[in-house]
Design a protein around this ligand. Structure first.
Ligand SMILES: C[S@@+](CC[C@H](N)C(=O)[O-])C[C@H]1O[C@@H](n2cnc3c(N)ncnc32)[C@H](O)[C@@H]1O
Length: 150
């Protein structure tokens, strides 16, 4: 129990809250630096995230593999801001998000990237991926939003 509600209720609340934010202004809530993002600026900010947090650590991340031969996972992909940059860099991208509305918007953002697939997960595990195996998992600005169990 957390604050009088159980884990399932907490996860349902997270999903409802993120769906509401996604309907109101998904891009603002995934990156609050702006209220109104153009497509170009929004996806450039995802390229910057990858440049700063992934390209600086490729030896460790790739472990001798070619990026284009790697399969990667993004947890909490939001509207596809970082997912697009990941799909340019890596061979295969699997992206999950708890919010159906975020997933819908991410799929639109990734429609020209056949190597990227977006799934709605249950907010608790990665069972939606079935037997997908990945070489590397990444997540940006997600885990700090998940309430800790007490
Ligand atoms: C601040 S946004 C960041 C989105 C994206 N990572 C980015 O940097 O553009 C946080 C995202 O995490 C998702 N999220 C929150 N809790 C989650 C969970 N337990 N499982 C999967 N996604 C989750 C939300 O729906 C939202 O899309």
């Amino acid at each position: 129990m957390m604050d009088g509600i159980n884990i399932e209720q907490q996860v349902q609340k997270m999903q409802r809250d993120w769906d509401a934010r996604a309907r109101e202004n998904a891009r603002h809530y995934v990156n609050t630096a702006r209220q109104d993002w153009t497509d170009e600026e929004f996806f450039q900010s995802g390229e910057r995230t990858v440049a700063e947090e992934i390209l600086t650590d490729m030896t460790n991340i790739c472990q001798g593999k070619e990026p284009k031969e790697m399969s990667v996972l993004e947890i909490g992909c939001g509207a596809g801001r970082v997912t697009r940059a990941l799909a340019r860099l890596f061979g295969q991208v699997h992206a999950v998000d708890i919010s159906g509305e975020m997933v819908r918007q991410a799929r639109v953002a990734l429609r020209d990237f056949p190597n990227a697939r977006v799934y709605q997960n249950n907010g608790m595990d990665l069972s939606v991926l079935g037997d997908v195996r990945v070489d590397f998992a990444f997540s940006s600005i997600v885990f700090q939003h998940i309430p800790a169990a007490k």
